[in-house]
Design a protein around this ligand. Structure first.
Ligand SMILES: NC(=O)c1ccc[n+]([C@@H]2O[C@H](COP(=O)([O-])OP(=O)(O)OC[C@H]3O[C@@H](n4cnc5c(N)ncnc54)[C@H](OP(=O)(O)O)[C@@H]3O)[C@@H](O)[C@H]2O)c1
Length: 250
């Protein structure tokens, strides 16, 4: 793996999986752009943890669904570290946090805007730099919901995640002649610090029950798969499914 000294933008790195990815990349000696939407304290915690792990870090507030925000964040990262070599599209709107007053169209559009368009905009913003230097790595974080028949509640989220798989394949196709790889990491249940804010104890137990290995992943277990995909020069257009066995035979 040649990740030492590389600069990476990790979206949604104020908490959960994004924070774990940022810290693991810090341990690899990377320079990490820690994107967040509103949780500045969480982003500051991630920055401190990355630095403690041996990397460098820069907190970047910005809404990934806004092209101007994305351009500003990428410019700030380039100004501080020179290039942006890698991108982890991890940020998401939580399907469990739909505001009661939001109508179907607004919620559908907002979910796709952040969870899919945002990933595309971030990829486009770093693309030319990666192609010019003939080296780049992109990982899109999807979900088992990309495959499952979703309830109405999960439908916009599932559609956005399924779209990410097509996004990965397109980026992998376009990037291959230029040394740019793109892969999807599709996790199952992850036990993040914040999971209790979206699921009740009973719901968490029920979800664990449906996992052949009988538990959710730690964020670090999924982060390892993301770092593998970033480090492998011969993996592209792939989906790494890491879900405790929930899709065996499916
Ligand atoms: N948790 C699971 O069980 C699970 C399972 C399968 C797949 N996944 C996937 O794994 C990834 C991480 O999940 P998680 O549970 O760690 O997520 P999370 O705890 O909900 O954190 C989401 C992150 O995205 C950021 N964010 C939200 N809207 C944004 C926007 N418009 N622009 C920029 N950043 C924005 C948040 O920033 P603020 O904190 O500043 O708001 C936060 O850092 C997601 O792609 C998710 O779909 C999760």
């Amino acid at each position: 793996m040649e990740l030492r000294g590389r600069t990476v933008l990790v979206t949604g790195a104020s908490k959960g999986l994004g924070a774990a990815v940022a810290v693991l990349l810090g341990r690899e000696g990377c320079r990490v752009g820690v994107n967040y939407a509103g949780d500045a304290a969480g982003a500051a915690r991630t920055v401190a943890a990355v630095e403690q792990a041996g990397g460098e870090a820069l907190a970047l507030q910005g809404d990934i669904s806004r092209e101007d925000d994305v351009a500003r964040m990428v410019a700030a990262l380039r100004e501080r570290f020179g290039t942006v070599d890698m991108l982890v599209n991890n940020a998401r709107i939580d399907p469990y946090k739909r505001p009661a007053e939001m109508g179907d169209a607004a919620w559908w559009n907002r979910t796709l805007e952040v969870n899919l368009t945002g990933a595309y905009l971030c990829a486009m913003a770093v693309w030319d730099g990666m192609v010019a230097q003939k080296w780049g790595r992109i990982v899109n974080v999807s979900s088992v919901w990309a495959y499952w028949g979703a309830s109405f509640k999960m439908l916009p989220y599932a559609v956005a995640k399924a779209g990410m798989h097509a996004l990965t394949r397109g980026l992998a196709t376009e990037g291959a002649p230029h040394g740019v790889t793109a892969n999807t990491v599709a996790p199952g249940l992850i036990i993040t610090e914040a999971i209790g804010t979206r699921l009740s104890e009973e719901q968490i137990e029920e979800a664990k029950h449906g996992v052949p290995l009988g538990r959710g992943a730690t964020p670090e277990e999924i982060a390892e798969a993301v770092v593998f995909a970033l480090g492998s020069g011969f993996t592209t257009g792939a989906v790494i499914e890491i879900n405790g066995g929930v899709r065996m035979g499916a």
